[in-house]
Design a protein around this ligand. Structure first.
Ligand SMILES: NC(=O)c1ccc[n+]([C@@H]2O[C@H](COP(=O)([O-])OP(=O)(O)OC[C@H]3O[C@@H](n4cnc5c(N)ncnc54)[C@H](O)[C@@H]3O)[C@@H](O)[C@H]2O)c1
Length: 274
């Protein structure tokens, strides 16, 4: 039986681990080939480890085990020129481009007075401009092919409802929500749908790196202003698995969502719903 994205090619950023890896596997399970990027150096100002080349090797192994092809490269989403060349290489090898998952991101938490200009700049450069770069690198190929397509941009519950002690992240993720709607309006005439996905708490190295860590920015924030702590709680208790976000990405990528564009899809156990 044909998969739900059979024969399509998906470009995924931040694909070495976490949700990006889960998206690569889920889309490959349903018949897509993958162009994957991530970094291999620690991102400055980020208090938990970002991905490395070993992580990406595992993503490659898992996608190839599904008998799908994958072009994986080290590339920082802040480097638009490099990203253009990686996407061009991927399209040359895999033959087309239909789906973009702009997923790479960082989260540097802490009370407002701990947010330095460097933290704000790093966060906006990666989470907001990096996502924009990803779309800009992909669009020429999609438009030239004229097959339409689906772009899914990862925001957060915090792109619909601000989370406490997450100033720079909130700024970036609200930006992604607006960017998605802008691209959706302008690209509808080309048959390209653009939607944002808004996860709540997902069990990935990012969440493990910022929650429940003794000296994390959240712990400092809670000590300073405990009345806001409840704002971190999802209506449905617990943490999601990355694959549960991938299922939403798969739906938006597939033709099942052919009338869905400009939509901000919360997959957050109610976190962003007041
Ligand atoms: N985990 C959560 O609870 C949660 C909740 C809401 C939204 N999100 C968002 O989901 C997305 C995926 O995060 P995750 O939970 O899988 O965490 P993660 O840290 O495991 O994955 C993020 C990936 O992005 C990569 N990355 C970071 N900076 C990069 C750069 N400059 N260039 C290229 N790649 C870069 C990292 O190396 C990593 O592989 C992020 O945008 C994140 O903000 C996560």
């Amino acid at each position: 039986m044909a998969g739900r994205v059979q024969g399509k090619v998906a470009f995924i950023t931040g694909a070495a681990r976490g949700q990006g890896r889960a998206h690569a596997i889920r889309l490959a399970e349903e018949g897509a080939d993958i162009i994957a990027i991530d970094i291999d150096t620690q991102v400055e100002n980020v208090p938990y480890a970002t991905a490395n080349a070993e992580d990406m090797k595992e993503t490659v192994r898992l996608v190839e085990a599904l008998d799908r092809r994958i072009v994986a490269e080290t590339c920082d989403v802040r480097d638009l020129e490099k990203m253009k060349s990686v996407v061009a290489k991927g399209v040359a090898e895999l033959g087309r481009l239909d789906i973009v998952a702009g997923n790479a991101g960082v989260d540097i938490v802490g009370p407002w007075h701990s947010m330095t200009p460097e933290i704000v700049r790093t966060t906006l450069d990666i989470n907001l401009i990096g996502v924009w770069n990803s779309v800009m690198a992909a669009l020429p190929h999609m438009l030239e092919a004229g097959n339409g397509g689906s772009i899914i941009l990862t925001s957060s519950a915090n792109g619909l409802k601000a989370g406490p002690w997450n100033m720079a992240y909130n700024m970036s993720k609200y930006g992604v929500t607006g960017m998605s709607k802008s691209f959706a309006q302008e690209l509808a005439k080309d048959g390209i749908r653009v939607n944002s996905v808004h996860p709540g708490g997902v069990d990935t190295p990012m969440a493990q790196g910022i929650m429940g860590v003794e000296d994390s920015g959240f712990v400092k924030g809670m000590a300073e202003n405990p009345s806001l702590t409840g704002m971190l709680t999802q209506w449905i208790p617990g943490m999601m698995e990355a694959r549960e976000i991938s299922n939403a990405v798969l739906f938006l990528a597939s033709d099942e969502a052919k009338w869905v564009t400009g939509h901000a899809m919360a997959v957050d156990g109610g976190l962003s719903q007041y």
